[in-house]
Write a protein that binds this ligand. Sequence first.
Ligand code: PFF
Length: 456
Amino acid sequence: MAVSSDRGMWSGRLGFILATAGSAVGLGNIWGFPTQVGQGGGAAFVLIYLVCVFLICVPIQICEFAIGRRGQRAPVGAFDAIRPGSRWWLVGGLGVITGVGILSFYVVVAGWTLAYIWFAAVGAAGDTPKAIESFFGRFAANAPLNLFLTIVTLAMTAAIILGGVRNGIERASRALMPLLFGLLVLLAIRAVTLPGAADGLAYYLKPDFSRLTNIRVFNAALGQAFFSLSLGMGTLITYGSYLSKRESIGSSALWIAALDTTIALLAGFVIFPAGFSIPGFDPSASGPGLIFQVLPRLFATLPGGQLFGATFFLLLFMAALTSAISLLEVPVAHLIDEHRWSRRKAVLTITAATALLAVPSALSNGAVGALTQLPGLGLDFLTLMSTIWNNFSLPIGGLLTAIFVGYIWRVEGALSELLAEHAWFPYPRLWGRIVRYVCPVAIVVIILFTIRALVS
Ligand code: PFF
């Protein structure tokens, strides 16, 4: 899909679902989800995550699609098309800034994935858990290498958008995604048969509600759900603007959420059993490096593990690229649509701004001490970035989207779009109530309590 003045259309519902899934499925599923489960204490987090996805996020996802299809524009223009002259376009504006913020740390982790294609192929990380862990530590602390990988990944993303080869990349990735899924299934089967896997499964599946005393776990789950679904920054408004009136938004949204969630859950079935097979493994201690410390160890236990590992990281990198493209497209489309910039100028400017913001993230896992342990905060800059953008900015964007649909456009207005041409849409009144009451209240409560916990 390309956002251009000659507005295109998806080839049909399947094209739409696959393209949206291409944005949704990425590092959020395979890197972000296990990392957050590890930080959030296991199965209880998983449960809250699922509630967030289906109770809060799917209803808002439907809002974004409806706004896009009615507005027929990128986010800023779409809000304005539905409520001309109001300030609601600012919600689109928040999404533009959030796109740059998320992309700035996303390309750092995508850069790690790129490097691990090579590391896995040559077995560079070693095969004992200790060696693999210290290898990641040394790698992440290598400043020139991390800056190089970050810039290469960002440049690839920009080149794909500029070079008009986006369709080709997305088509290729679509063909490869079933392979990624198949590899994940195989890895999960291998992981659960490792010694110690039972502890990992218990950690992942048996909720320990005593860990839920901290509101930040709810906030992290909410943020992760938004991040994983590409929700809360207008990406889905843009995607919805290319959807034909004949297609059902409701069933598309459910399919996309189910697909995205299945892949995230599957990643957990790989990481936790494999992780707990390592003596002394503590999922909360690894931070952003978790999957890079666990996966090489899993590959080392497999026959042909080097090829397997390299293929896996290659597919993960492809999935990350298609998501990065959709992140970059939001600010770029905005500058083109609303400020009449040329595509080239827009891409180069946003890429340069993102690169500057990416530098501290790239240096925050050992390369620069003050960025690795931010004074007074006790976390690294990359984690700070993901917390700000995922846990606050995206849910706030979602909150404002729900308020816009529930109270400004109003539920009846949105339903006229959702039920157009007799589309399938279950429980329209229930959906309206969730959008008006449940989503805003839940998000406001979680965010306010989190802020209170942070300042106290
Ligand atoms: N959903 C992507 C992932 O899970 O990796 C990340 C993402 C892409 C977030 C696009 C937001 C977005 F607009």
